[in-house]
Design a protein around this ligand. Structure first.
Ligand SMILES: [Zn+2]
Length: 585
């Protein structure tokens, strides 16, 4: 039994959850999610569902009797934080334009449908992020569908299914259901048979060139007129292996006068020799495979997709699929076609990527020269940066050209406030400073804007009035006799002479103000004899080797730090040496 005090406490909680749910759903709360959240927040009452359910029913009804305005008023008085959260969500929602005809559907369902023939790269980011974001924006569902029905040309490999799942998780795009087309062959076969029986499709045994010639002339090929019975029998011959590769295809009947010849009686199924081209999941079980437009069209309907968000290069496929939908009596989903997105300097051809990785030209799927998500992740590009950029690009139909610099700008905004600073010297060179009267200790903030994070300490011991430091070869090359320069957080020096490997300087002054007054360049440094070996893998695959300050050992793998005056890097490995990947400046 629940005592009365507990009942009133539970009622209070239900009212809060119901209000929140109602405000989220245009004034109408639903019992199930309210009950679910209640039990989630209070696991102790799980055993008392029978007593609690009537309370939920009652309060949800009460809340639903209020207008949305009254609900918001009540929430403002009692639980203002509910509105705060809601306001933030609404602001977030504003970022994408609304989807068309949302009111026609009970629940919005979107999908991402990759072919598992490669890992994912930045070229897929728009389809993934927009589809996922729209599903979340409307409290809908986001579906992942592997489209793996071409074992010959778009060769799938088992590893890619998992790699793609990992890529999506990294991007923060969780999915509510998953389908794999190679599991669904019987479904496609059933629809093929149905269409053949009804005379909406036929099995064409013409040579490809002969069919094309006819299609160009807008004339039917001889197979178009055969009876449904004959078609079904030809279909069975296709399945049983009577025809070899290229000897028979199933075609969907269309208007032969369609202005686009690629649409006229388009192919829906073809034969792929299962011995020569076994499928990584189903082996040689199937020899008749659906083409993209067919399997993709059938599944969009069967998966309940309400909004298809994809590039405008798919418009031809939509025209093809519309015939299919008409024959099957289905409504075509809402289709949003966005423009082409080009990223200057990114190799986005999946077959090229796969070949180059297989041939060893790249070190793997995360080679920094690639635009794969894996490579970006290794370099310290945050998924939120990719997400932000794609949200800003949105689903607009105009073509867009972006550069790496655009992505870096998004990423910098995210990593700059979190990245601790360290000194890193590429190919360090020595600097000997005379007239240093005492030892110095430089205490430098880990982050210039956040004193709470603490400091790094670098100690400079003098020997007989001399200090021995290391500076980067880049700074070394710039300095010449007579140069005045400030060693960051230490003191100001004047270069007296320079040889191949060594710079002599003398102590000038200590004050930072003096450096400011003289407008001195600030360079970073390390005490000679200190520092840990560190290498940076650059985006072009080259290596920069040098020394980083010892404090970097306190950082952790995967952390993104900024090497001062060098750039942001992601720490990949901390052992004897530290290995990092360069993100951007
Ligand atoms: Zn034919």
């Amino acid at each position: 039994m629940i005592d009365s005090e507990e009942i009133s406490r539970i009622k209070e909680t239900i009212r809060r959850i119901a209000l929140e749910n109602a405000i989220k759903h245009e004034g109408k709360a639903k019992v199930k999610p309210v009950l679910g959240k209640l039990l989630g927040e209070n696991p102790s009452i799980r055993g008392k569902i029978r007593e609690v359910t009537p309370l939920v029913n009652e309060i949800v009804e009460e809340v639903n009797n209020l207008t949305l305005k009254q609900q918001i008023e009540t929430a403002r008085k009692l639980w203002p934080e509910l509105l705060l959260k809601e306001k933030e969500k609404i602001e977030e929602k504003k970022k994408l334009p609304p989807l068309p005809n949302v009111e026609k559907y009970e629940q919005i369902v979107t999908r991402f449908a990759p072919n598992p023939d490669c890992v994912l790269h930045i070229g897929s980011a728009r389809a993934i992020i927009l589809s996922h974001e729209y599903a979340r924006m409307y409290n809908g569902r986001f579906i992942l569908r592997f489209e793996d029905t071409d074992p010959r040309l778009k060769r799938t490999a088992l590893e890619f299914y998992d790699l793609i799942r990992e890529d999506l998780k990294w991007l923060g795009c969780s999915w509510d259901a998953e389908y794999i087309q190679s599991d669904r062959m019987e479904i496609y076969y059933n629809y093929a048979r149905k269409l053949l029986e009804r005379g909406h499709a036929y099995v064409c045994t013409c040579k490809r060139e002969d069919f094309r010639e006819k299609a160009r002339e807008k004339k039917p090929c001889p197979c178009r007129g055969i009876s449904p019975e004959q078609n079904v029998s030809r279909w069975e011959d296709m399945l049983s292996g009577e025809y070899g590769e290229g000897e028979a295809v199933v075609r969907i009947k269309t208007d032969l006068n369609h202005p686009n010849p690629a649409i006229r009686d388009w192919p829906a199924f073809r034969i792929i020799d299962p011995e020569k081209h076994p499928h990584p999941r189903t082996g040689s079980r199937y020899r008749v495979w659906p083409l993209f437009a067919f399997a993709n069209g059938i599944d969009d309907h069967l998966n309940g997709i309400t909004h298809v968000i994809r590039g405008k290069e798919h418009l031809t496929n939509q025209r093809r699929q519309e015939y299919l939908y008409r024959y099957l009596g289905w409504d075509y989903p809402e289709a949003i076609h966005y423009g082409r997105l080009k990223i200057v300097g990114a190799t986005l051809s999946k077959s090229k990527i796969v070949r180059a990785v297989e041939e060893g030209e790249y070190s793997g799927w995360d080679d920094p020269r690639l635009a794969t998500f894996r490579a970006l992740r290794r370099r310290g590009i945050r998924p939120e940066a990719i997400r932000q950029m794609m949200m800003d690009v949105g689903p607009r139909p105009a073509d867009i050209i972006l550069s790496w610099k655009n992505l870096y700008a998004y990423n910098r905004k995210i990593v700059d406030p979190i990245a601790n600073r360290y000194f890193f010297l590429d190919n360090p060179k020595e600097m000997v400073i005379n007239n240093v009267k005492r030892d110095f200790t430089a205490s430098i903030r880990l982050h210039p804007d956040d004193p709470k994070r603490g400091t790094r300490i670098l100690k400079v011991k003098t020997r007989e009035g001399r200090a021995f430091l290391l500076i980067s070869s880049k700074d070394f090359n710039h300095l010449k006799a007579g140069s005045l320069v400030r060693l960051m957080e230490l003191f100001n020096v004047k270069v007296t002479s320079k040889s191949e490997e060594l710079i002599f300087a003398e102590f000038h002054s200590e004050d930072y103000e003096e450096a400011r007054r003289l407008n001195l360049a600030l360079i970073h440094w390390l005490p000679d004899g200190e520092g840990i070996p560190c290498e940076v893998v650059m985006p072009d695959g080259s290596l920069v080797k040098g020394l980083a300050e010892e404090g970097l050992r306190q950082a952790s793998v995967d952390q993104i730090v900024q090497f001062e005056r060098f750039g942001f890097v992601r720490i990949d490995q901390i052992e004897e040496e530290v290995k990092t990947f360069f993100a951007h400046e």
